[in-house]
Ligand binder design. Structure first.
Ligand SMILES: Nc1ncnc2c1ncn2[C@@H]1O[C@H](COP(=O)(O)OP(=O)(O)OP(=O)(O)O)[C@@H](O)[C@H]1O
Ligand SMILES: [Mg+2]
Length: 257
């Protein structure tokens, strides 16, 4: 529980001294690490018949490699919309998004899918595991899409061991606790060794004890492997464990008081 920054109001109350300099998207200054995420003036407008919903209204920020960042904000403020764009599940209506040095804002669906599979691991509130498949088969799944080579089983096994489920490889989701299912989902998210792990309310369906365990696991993956972790949460105690909080309100970064 270091870096407790959640109760201060700044928009991006960063511990990273480099994160405020956003003149040219993706620009790197000598001696600084290139940001893994550069979001510049991102907007997302959903069209519903004649109505338009402005879910994101020009959002600009950077995330550095190895950071743990939480995204907070009221329901409907655009958190999942932002996560979908950051995770290459969707593209912005306008603005620039550079992921790990590649501009992805303009890519077509097929190219987007390739980048998503290679660079991003997802964890969802409701685990999203295949109900009839064993833990190891669930974890292997992303490797099937990405080729994954001959060592799929071995890699899936290692990922499950990493999340402490070496003894549950052949269990199906309904033969595991919620916390264990979320661990399987985290192993699945990690198996491709992504640059970024994105979690949308990862502890939302768990009791407080399992929620704590999952949070510890995400933090240890960041510490031990250097994975960048982005967590959407409504829970201030979760956000307090991250290094930085990005706050959204009505599709905009909340302005500091
Ligand atoms: N596919 C969609 N089509 C139309 N409108 C959408 C779509 N997805 C989201 N919206 C709208 O965009 C706005 C932002 O939604 P979003 O799901 O990003 O909010 P959120 O911050 O994740 O909320 P929650 O905390 O409830 O999950 C909302 O007004 C929502 O109704
Ligand atoms: Mg949401």
């Amino acid at each position: 529980m270091s870096n407790l920054k959640v109760d201060s109001t700044p928009i991006i109350d960063g511990v990273q001294p480099t994160s405020g300099s956003l003149t040219v998207p993706g620009q790197t200054v000598a001696g600084q690490t290139a940001a893994v995420i550069v979001a510049h003036e991102l907007t997302k407008t959903y069209r519903m018949g004649t109505m338009e919903v402005h879910a994101l209204c020009g959002v600009t920020f950077e995330i550095q490699p190895g950071e743990v960042v939480s995204i907070m904000g009221p329901s409907g403020s655009g958190k999942s919309t932002l996560m979908n764009i950051l995770g290459c599940l969707d593209v912005p209506t306008s603005g620039t998004y550079i992921l790990d040095g590649e501009e992805v804002s303009l890519l077509r669906d097929d190219k987007l899918a390739v980048i998503r599979n290679r660079k991003v691991g997802f964890v969802f509130q409701s685990f999203n595991l295949l109900p009839r498949a064993s833990a190891i088969a669930n974890v292997e799944l992303p490797l099937r899409y990405s080729g994954g080579g001959n060592h799929r089983k071995q890699r899936a096994k290692e990922a499950l061991q990493l999340v402490g489920l070496g003894d549950r490889m052949n269990h199906r989701p309904n033969e595991m606790s919620g916390g264990q299912q979320q661990r399987v989902a985290i192993a699945r998210a990690l198996v491709n060794n992504p640059a970024i792990l994105m979690a949308d309310e990862p502890t939302g369906n768990l009791d407080s004890h399992s929620g704590k365990d999952i949070m510890q696991l995400l933090l240890s993956l960041n510490r031990d492997r250097g994975t960048t972790v982005i967590i959407i949460t409504h829970d201030a105690t979760i956000a307090a464990q991250t290094q930085r909080v990005i706050r959204l309100r009505d599709g905009e970064l909340e302005v500091s008081a």
